[in-house]
Design a protein around this ligand. Structure first.
Ligand code: FAD
Length: 621
């Protein structure tokens, strides 16, 4: 029996990483928003690695922070160990990764949702999405509560028709023993959405008291900690460590001997898994020549003995998991607190969505996160933000927010999903961007804060702070360009120490800074008029000076890209009526419905000659 539970502007199904950002963004834009989750104690759950960030993922968190999203702040409030990955390489691939206290992260996010004005958090299972004239009009919960809404974001994660698989055990379940979401899946199919089955997996959790750490390599956090959020000012502390250990031939033998009991190899798993997060059994099969694989023991929280064994994801039977675990040095007596498992779930084909993440089939329906075919907390959070903002903008009758791939990793991720689609859980990587050097994590504020401010998503005070930061950067670079330093014994001593060519006459400060062997702080003793500048300004100055040529080249590429993006294509174009287009191109263009010539050019199966035909069709001479 249904009952009327109220009118809201927006419904968000799911309080995982995507749902949280979607609901907060819409509520902060003034929309009356209701957010549903199957279990309130699993808001912001980290069902897999207790970590935020990583290669490419750190960029997403920083970009989301620049746009006013929540994850960056929550990570700085709840993380217990910080490491900047790839520090030995160029700044384009520097990526922040931090261990999060899982329980604190959940409590923090739940509290943020509970306090947010215009936002109503509910423990309820949505079973149906209602439509009127083909557009979203409401949602219904398992207890018969009917909510009238103008739009709905689906951020149902790994719960849609999900099954958990451990050896011979295959049970309908969500992650961590939470219930699966079946009725909603049935409703989505009836609405005509194309769903497919994906899979992901997680390793066992071990009790720290049963580990012999003396046989492992300690992995400490960085001395100098960079926060995720550009607005975090208080210094952050490392409060925990990780450990590194390895599998060995004994481990591999046990796995090989039990592949016939592996759901990955006996056909019981049909969902497609992430290529870049393989299970240990897949690694043993795929890299048979490797004598050992790295495993990281990661703390799950300060008040917990639980350790996450990264690199040991599996769906092998529990008895085999115990056996293979006890072959690892230091884990001979390890106690499993939670066994490893695989989970299969339904998700949408993201080419059914526009770059606003709105469905092409059902106006007012938006998709975000794992539901869109991606994998990862960070990938989910940025999609949630974009879906929530766009649902709100549509309700407010305002222009949509489309983040383009020339603006950063969020734009790249969404464009990859909605234009190229994905046949496996999509994970962000720095190699996915054509403009890596420009899209660094350290300048996400410069690239995205003006956009967020123009949509009212960050404050005037915030944008003023960002503008001032980059004014200081420009001013300092200008000063260095006009500032010379005389050749001196002290200077040449420094240069020799750094195996850098000595100078016989005066040199421009900026030219010295361009040398890879020298850093901004090295030149301070020779730079008498140097102003005192914040650390992040000095960092920007150094990067901009050192990579000036490369950056200019990428900016040129972006200008060319932006031209093609600016060439808009009407979404109701009848591609089958355009003679000269090849059949495959007509089919693909009709399916994807690109918004621009640029996007059309990125669709696989659309050739440059098809683009030429389209340009003529648009009247371009
Ligand atoms: C076992 C496992 C292993 C993973 N391994 C990896 C990995 O190795 N690497 C990686 O990058 N990512 C991994 N992930 C993925 C990662 O957890 C997700 O990418 C991330 O949590 C997705 O966020 P989300 O917001 O899309 O969905 P989720 O975090 O899954 O949240 C979904 C939310 O939807 C709610 N919900 C679902 N259906 C309904 C309904 N009908 N009504 C109301 N609420 C509903 C749930 O209660 C929950 O709040 C793994 C996930 C799992 C479960």
């Amino acid at each position: 029996m249904q009952y009327f539970a109220g009118s809201y502007d927006l419904a968000v199904i799911g309080a995982g990483h995507a749902g949280i950002e979607a609901a907060l963004a819409a509520a902060r834009m003034g929309l009356k928003t209701v957010i549903f989750t199957i279990n309130l104690d699993a808001v912001g759950n980290l069902p897999c690695n207790p970590a935020i960030g990583g290669t490419g993922k750190g960029h997403l968190v920083r970009e989301l922070g620049a746009l006013g999203g929540e994850m960056a702040r929550a990570a700085d409030a709840c993380c217990i160990q910080y490491r900047m990955l790839n520090r030995g390489k160029g700044p384009a691939v520097h990526s922040l990764r931090a261990q999060a206290d899982r329980r604190r992260y959940q409590e923090h996010m739940k509290h943020v949702l509970e306090q947010e004005e215009n936002l109503f958090l509910k423990q309820a299972t949505v079973t149906e999405i209602l439509t009127e004239n083909g557009a979203v009009s409401g949602v219904v919960t398992q207890l018969g509560a009917k909510y009238e809404v103008k739009a709905c974001v689906i951020a149902a994660g790994t719960y849609l028709d999900s099954t958990v698989i451990t050896g011979e055990s295959v049970i309908p379940s969500g992650p961590d023993g939470l219930r699966s979401s079946t009725e909603l899946t049935g409703c989505l199919r009836k609405l005509g959405l194309e769903l497919r089955r994906f899979k992901t997996g997680t390793p066992p959790r071990i009790n720290a008291r049963s580990v012999d750490f003396s046989k492992m390599e300690l992995q400490a956090g960085d001395e100098e900690i960079e926060p995720f959020s550009f607005t975090t000012v208080e210094p952050l502390q490392n409060q925990a460590v990780c450990y590194l250990c390895y599998t060995n031939e004994r481990t591999h033998e046990i796995i090989r001997a039990n592949l016939d009991r592996s759901p990955m190899y006996d056909g019981s798993i049909t969902g497609v898994g992430p290529r870049y997060c393989p299970s240990i059994e897949t690694k043993i099969v795929r890299f048979a020549d490797k004598s050992r694989h790295q495993l990281f023991l990661e703390p799950c929280g300060l008040d917990s003995n639980e350790l996450y064994l990264q690199g040991f994801s599996s769906s092998l039977p529990e008895d085999v998991q115990v056996e293979m675990l006890h072959t690892v040095e230091g884990l001979e007596h390890a106690e499993i607190l939670r066994p490893a498992y695989a989970i299969e779930y339904e998700c949408i084909n993201p080419t059914e969505l526009y770059a606003t993440l709105e469905s092409k089939k059902i106006p007012g329906l938006y998709g975000a996160g794992q539901f869109n075919g991606s994998s990862g907390y960070e990938e989910a959070a940025v999609q949630g933000y974009v879906a929530g903002v766009n649902a709100a903008l549509k309700i407010l009758g305002r222009e949509p927010l489309i983040l383009r791939r020339d603006q950063g990793y969020i734009g790249t991720l969404i464009d990859d999903l909605v234009t190229k689609g994905t046949e496996e859980p999509y994970r962000i990587m720095t190699s996915r961007s054509e403009y890596r050097l420009l899209h660094r994590q350290d300048n996400a504020d410069q690239r995205l804060c003006e956009i967020a401010y123009s949509y009212g998503l960050i404050s005037r005070e915030r944008i003023e702070a960002v503008r001032e930061k980059y004014r200081l950067v420009d001013r300092e670079i200008h000063r260095l360009e006009g500032c010379g330093v005389a050749a001196s014994e002290a200077l040449n001593q420094l240069l020799s120490q750094r195996q850098s060519a000595t100078v016989s006459s005066s040199a421009r400060m900026v030219d010295l800074l361009r040398r890879p062997e020298l850093h901004y702080e090295d030149l301070a003793p020779f730079d008498v008029d140097r102003p005192v500048l914040p650390r992040e300004v000095c960092k920007q100055v150094e990067i901009r000076v050192k990579y000036e040529g490369y950056l200019a080249r990428q900016e040129k590429q972006i200008a060319d890209f932006a031209k093609a993006e600016a060439r808009r294509l009407p979404t109701d174009t009848d591609y089958h009526a355009i003679s000269g287009l090849r059949l495959e191109a007509r089919q693909k263009l009709s399916q994807i419905r690109p918004l621009s010539i640029g996007q059309a050019g990125r669709i696989s199966g659309v050739s440059p000659s098809d683009i030429a035909v389209l340009l003529i069709y648009l009247g371009d001479k």
